[in-house]
Write a protein that binds this ligand. Structure first.
Ligand SMILES: *Cc1c(COP(=O)(O)O)cnc(C)c1O
Length: 466
């Protein structure tokens, strides 16, 4: 959020309590207080400010991790002061990042005869920004060599309309035309009959999404790779694929190890994923890996000093804490392949259970049944004849603390309002059973209600949809 000047007069002061001499003091809300206060009071004051905020574990809207083991938390709180960028001062931390990149490249089947490169980031947004920049710079080099008129039109990026907002940001910030392949009812992921119609000499790349944020569906990256292979045989203006695997990158390899979507496909040149989604780390860590150095133009690499020498880095941010990175490494060695698999498999089973129980109410059409990403999406059946809407149901569930967003599908399908539940590792079967009970009660209450708040035809975003 961007914030502006606050001019509110009323209740402009925070008033500490709790039996201390500071309790007589007023603290301004929007200016620095003149004098300091005691740590205990400051702690209590800040903590209390957030008392009525949502409970993260009950937030069924987010992919981001809401639980880590106490040992991980301890390790992370003990390493908050380490700065990722300071490779000289923290060479062990740099080595930990290096190990993580290698583990992830291996998980995504980077080949032995190519030289993969990768880095941690703050999240998938930074990671996809880096992937996109590398595509833009590589495209420009290839196109200039082939003598393309670089001023005739803007470079473009091809992606399905189910993209996450980071790609729109990338295109706006780097002045690239975003070519959206519309999603329709029959193709709740990238439309393979149409996608290549959007590609031309000015296309910097195609983004395939492993786990569309709205519905959890995977783009068929293998089929996309085949189309790109055919296309590239007909032209000198080659095009390649970046996979936005923000949520699928640390999920599919464990739950669907036979699904081919990664560097096994030769036109997939880079992949990003969020460590803080199914990598099971608290927010802010992400990753981006290129299959080979040749796809990461030199100009984008900056050197920082490292043990008397230099080390290549690629990042938009400079200083930030290494705690998340260390949390990621902890999870990798703690869980190993089988640990991730077991956690995600259970998460999957719970999503499937929820989808079944929700379908059994008879009111909803299930759009995602948890079979790909562990998401459950549903809409009201066409013949639904009650007065209430999914927005009313969201309100009702919130009374029990559950945060479940309702929102329209992306462009071209935006008359369809859905509700979405994201199941995460810390959502156990006991919670799922409680949720279903609360949902049944909410439905019963709404069926009896004399007053519902939302118009039957209302279409709006309601809750957090990323
Ligand atoms: C969440 C998400 C992002 C953004 O990831 P952050 O790690 O939150 O920056 C990008 N793409 C997809 C498909 C996502 O689901």
């Amino acid at each position: 959020m961007l914030y502006g000047k606050e001019n509110r007069e009323e209740a402009d002061y925070l008033e500490p309590i709790f039996g201390s001499k500071d309790e007589k003091m007023d603290l301004p809300k929007y200016k620095l207080n003149k004098e300091s206060i005691e740590p205990r009071i400051a702690y209590q004051l800040v903590k209390d400010e957030m008392l009525d905020e949502g409970n993260a574990r009950l937030n069924l809207a987010t992919f981001c991790q809401t639980y880590m083991e106490p040992e991980a938390v301890e390790l992370m709180s003990q390493t908050l002061e380490k700065n990722v960028i300071d490779k000289s001062e923290y060479p062990r931390t740099a080595e930990i990042e290096n190990r993580c990149v290698n583990m992830i490249a291996d998980l995504w089947h980077a080949g032995n005869d190519e030289k993969f490169m990768g880095t941690s980031t703050i999240g998938s947004s930074e990671a996809s920004m880096l992937g996109g920049m590398a595509m833009k710079f590589s495209w420009r080099k290839r196109a200039e060599k082939l003598g393309l008129d670089m001023h005739a039109q803007k470079p473009n990026l091809v992606i399905s309309s189910g993209y996450q907002v980071c790609w729109e940001k990338f295109c706006v910030y780097w002045d690239i035309e975003m070519r959206e392949v519309p999603m329709d009812q029959d193709h709740m992921s990238i439309n393979l009959d149409k996608v290549m119609d959007y590609v031309d000499e000015y296309t910097i790349g195609i983004v395939g999404i492993l786990g569309i944020t709205y519905t959890g569906r995977y783009d068929d990256i293998q089929a996309l790779n085949d189309l790109v292979e055919q296309y590239n045989q007909t032209t000198d203006y080659k095009v390649f694929i970046h996979v936005d695997a923000a949520s699928g990158g640390f999920y599919a390899p464990f739950v669907e190890p036979n699904l081919i979507w990664d560097f096994q496909l030769n036109n997939v040149i880079s992949i990003n994923a969020s460590g803080h989604k199914y990598g099971l780390v608290y927010p802010g860590v992400g990753w981006v890996i290129w299959r080979d150095q040749q796809y990461l133009p030199e100009e984008l690499i900056f050197k920082v000093s490292y043990l008397g020498g230099e080390m290549p880095t690629m990042a938009i941010n400079f200083s930030h804490s290494a705690a998340q990175l260390i949390g990621q490494y902890y999870n990798f060695i703690r869980y190993g392949f089988e640990g991730y698999q077991a956690i995600h498999q259970r998460t999957h089973d719970i999503a499937v259970y929820l989808a079944k129980a929700i379908e059994e109410t008879g009111l909803f059409e299930i759009i995602n049944d948890g079979s790909q990403l562990p998401l459950v999406c549903y809409k009201l059946k066409a013949d639904f004849d009650k007065e209430w809407t999914l927005y009313d149901l969201s309100d009702r569930l919130l009374m029990k603390g559950w945060q479940v967003p309702a929102y329209p599908l992306p462009k071209n399908l935006d008359q369809t309002v859905i509700q979405r539940i994201v199941v995460r590792g810390d959502f156990g079967m006991n919670m799922a059973a409680d949720y279903i009970q609360d949902m049944q009660q909410a439905i019963a209450d709404l069926n009896q209600a004399h007053l519902v708040y939302h118009e039957k035809t209302e279409v709006k975003k309601y809750g957090f949809t990323h």
